[in-house]
Design a binder for this molecule. Structure first.
Ligand SMILES: [Zn+2]
Length: 239
């Protein structure tokens, strides 16, 4: 027959197992870390080339339409030139026209350099797209054993979680709540076994502080939950 504390202690073991296995599953083994980093880096660079390309294309579109508008404006001014009356108006208009021509030239220069950017990143993107399937396959191949280990851990974690759920359902809510509160404050360990360190001397196995004789006798007799006076964990006494 198991007591509530037996079940609580078991629940703690199961939860610690979940925690430990989750950490293991989520941490890439040392010998694979650089492989993973290289693969991620390559993916990042491929994405970056795509971003550069689409930004350059976007910018080109904007500039093209601006050049178009400026050329329209230029045409209008040039038509107005035919009909101006004074030389002051004429030179003012010429000034405007020069200004617009400069604006067009600046944009055309930028468009030329954007063409180079587009060509460069397209080439890079093509190359990366071509290399990518092999790269990915190689990566997955090297990761295969680890992926299988992760799958085993996943299954074990799911099993342990199911077990924890069953155990929780069997426990009294108030005790469970106390357990959870201490567990979160004390790195997952809320229930500490009591160790006998001498014929009549016991200590908390978590903080190693000795129990007062009174507390030990409480534990031996008590139906209540007894807490370590030093670390405040629930004491678990196995006669
Ligand atoms: Zn303690």
């Amino acid at each position: 027959m198991t007591s509530p504390l037996d079940r609580l202690f078991l629940l703690q073991e199961v939860l610690l197992e979940v925690h430990q296995k989750t950490e293991r599953r989520d941490k890439t083994p040392d010998h694979l870390v650089h492989i993973e980093a290289a693969y991620r880096d390559s993916r990042r660079q491929r994405e970056a080339a795509g971003v550069v390309l689409s930004q350059a294309e976007e910018r080109k579109k904007t500039l093209d339409s601006e050049v178009e508008d400026l050329n329209e404006q230029l045409k209008k001014y040039q038509q107005q030139l035919q009909s101006v009356k004074t030389s002051r108006e004429y030179s003012a208009l010429l000034n405007e026209i020069d200004g617009i021509k400069r604006e067009v030239r600046t944009r055309e220069d930028e468009l030329l350099s954007l063409d180079e950017t587009v060509a460069g990143s397209s080439t890079e993107l093509d190359r990366r797209d071509e290399e990518f399937p092999a790269e990915e396959a190689g990566y997955e191949e090297q990761m295969k054993e680890w992926r299988a280990e992760q799958a085993v851990l996943d299954a074990e974690i799911a099993q342990a979680n199911a077990r924890a759920k069953t155990l929780r359902a069997e426990l009294e809510p108030r005790l469970l709540k106390t357990f959870e509160q201490i567990r979160h404050k004390r790195a997952g360990v809320a229930v500490a076994r009591v160790d006998m360190v001498g014929p009549q001397t016991a200590a908390c196995s978590a903080c190693h502080v000795r129990l007062r004789p009174q507390l030990l006798s409480d534990l031996r007799l008590s139906k209540e939950t007894v807490f370590c006076e030093s670390c405040k964990r629930i004491l678990y006494w196995i006669p």
